[in-house]
Design a protein around this ligand. Structure first.
Ligand SMILES: [Zn+2]
Length: 260
């Protein structure tokens, strides 16, 4: 059983003119002998990740394993911060990203890909896109392609129950709620991946979802429950254009409701 600690909360909103915020989630799972991080987050969040590790009495050198859902820039941004970690990534994802004809394509970033290739840190390449398997006791993976060709998800047994980390296969509450994929390289594969994740969460509402770009979520009777933090706790915006910030709720379908 792992203790679970968010090091960076994912955030679902994208701007009309500047694309996605790229605020992806970084989650830590700890047992006596292993400190595991799933995804390493946006490059600008390195300081926050370091500070939140320190809160747990850890440094970046204490991280034994970095598990990557995929190799987009906002999920590998701080990959060089964990020099003692074994890097786990799917072979299909690694081959696709590191041999990409445009290594600085919109969602890739050459410096981070170069790091993953060049580092002498041990790498654990997963293979097969038909099934998954156990990585360590209490942590398993399964294929969720579509968003990228070698995208994978993880399941972790924690002291607070089962947790599913979907990366960008299910990025946020909107994809979980609607079941409709956004930002996909292969819509049919993405649809199957979303359906798989939704089926797992529907079958067992005690399992919570840590998506790539949202809070911890749960599905109960077809509804998406947000386990926080609230939008107000994440940041404040002058939604009314006047005096101070207005508190808003972020709804399952992605809309905002001002709280009176
Ligand atoms: Zn992505």
């Amino acid at each position: 059983m792992y203790d679970a600690h968010p090091l960076a909360h994912g955030f679902p909103i994208k701007s009309a003119f500047h694309g996605g915020f790229g605020w992806s989630s970084v989650n830590l799972f700890r047992t006596e002998d292993r400190v595991v991080i799933v995804d390493t987050g946006s490059p600008t969040h390195g300081g926050m990740v370091r500070a939140n590790l320190a809160e747990l009495g850890l440094t970046t050198a204490d991280v034994t394993d970095v598990l990557l859902t995929h190799l987009h820039w906002d999920h590998v941004g701080n990959i060089g911060m964990f020099p003692e970690a074994t890097i786990t990534v799917h072979q299909v994802e690694y081959d696709w990203a590191t041999n990409h004809p445009e290594p600085d394509a919109v969602f890739l970033s050459k410096p981070y890909l170069d790091y993953v290739v060049a580092t002498e840190q041990p790498k654990n390449f997963l293979t097969g896109m038909d099934a998954g398997g156990e990585l360590f006791p209490g942590i398993s993976w399964f294929p969720t392609p579509g968003h990228t060709p070698g995208h994978i998800a993880f399941r972790v047994a924690t002291t607070e129950g089962g947790v599913l980390l979907s990366g960008d296969a299910v990025k946020n509450r909107v994809e979980l709620y609607t079941g409709v994929p956004d930002l996909s390289m292969d819509l049919e594969a993405s649809q199957r991946s979303i359906d798989t994740v939704r089926a797992i969460l529907t079958d067992d509402s005690s399992i919570s979802l840590l998506p790539g770009h949202d809070n911890r979520l749960r599905m109960v009777d077809g509804e998406v429950l947000d386990e926080g933090p609230t939008l107000r706790e994440i940041f404040t915006v002058n939604f009314d254009g006047k005096a101070g910030p207005v508190e808003v709720e972020l709804n399952a379908n992605g809309t905002l409701t001002p709280v009176a």
